[in-house]
Design a binder for this molecule. Structure first.
Ligand code: NAI
Length: 213
């Protein structure tokens, strides 16, 4: 499967297909047409067909899509058919909230360590995971396979922390700090900025109904 040729726009939509298909599976739905999926997802049926055809077209004329098969294939494309070990840097409000969200684990993202610079937080537990001091980070990363580091620390600290982690061989960052990270080309960064999402909402609120004028 030539998934390296799939456009970024399609890759961006795949998690949403995956989520909807997962919900359908939970409801016991075994197959679905692109039209039905289109109504549910509010994406045009032709967009769905176009997107899913990238993967060799799992749909069959007159049958629709086999939900479980499609769900599993998308999981493979997204690399969700394995476990990723995640560490969280920063055991504050956000770091703890992420660690507390057990559903990430269902998707294969397993939090194996939480680190903080604050001595007072050392030894605390979040959903059964011990908070360690940053001084323990190096040994931990050497002794464990760490696939992803989530950075939930202030931006002034995040760049430095990322540099240390890159040195230790970490290749992927889930960056919540409001800053760009200076990482080598073979290191992946996925930044999440909730405030940008709010700004889009603000724009939509501001412009609501303007098209009708
Ligand atoms: P917080 O103050 O509750 O937690 C921050 C934690 O980071 C503290 O426990 C602190 O001791 C620790 N810390 C500071 N420097 C460190 C270092 N060098 N190494 C390890 N730990 C260190 O803050 P909160 O609310 O958890 O937010 C964390 C960061 O995430 C903030 O910078 C905030 O701006 C950002 N944030 C980003 C969001 C986003 O959508 N991207 C949403 C909310 C917060």
């Amino acid at each position: 499967m030539a998934d390296n040729k799939i456009s970024k726009a399609v890759i961006k939509r795949l998690p949403r297909y995956y989520r909807y298909l997962g919900e359908l599976l939970e409801m016991g739905v075994q197959r679905i047409s692109s039209e039905e999926l289109s109504k549910k997802m509010k994406v045009t049926a032709s967009q769905i067909r176009q997107d899913l055809n990238h993967f060799g077209g799992f749909g069959q004329q007159g049958y629709g899509y086999n939900v479980e098969y499609l769900y599993e294939e998308i999981a493979k494309i997204l690399g969700l058919d394995r476990i990723y070990n995640v560490i969280i840097i920063g055991a504050g409000n956000l770091g703890r909230a992420i660690a507390n969200y057990a559903n990430f684990e269902k998707r294969g993202f397993k939090v194996i360590g939480i680190f903080d610079i604050n001595e007072d937080l050392k030894g605390g537990m979040v959903r059964g995971i011990k908070v360690c001091h940053m001084s323990e980070l190096e040994d931990f990363v050497k002794d464990n396979v760490v696939d992803i580091a989530a950075l939930t620390i202030p931006k002034t600290e995040a760049v430095k922390a990322a540099e240390v982690l890159v040195e230790l061989g970490v290749k992927a960052f889930w960056n919540f700090a409001h800053t760009d990270l200076n990482v080598p080309a073979d290191v992946m960064v996925e930044s999440v900025h909730l405030s940008e999402s709010l700004m889009r909402l603000s724009y939509n609120l501001k412009n609501a109904g303007k098209g009708d004028e």
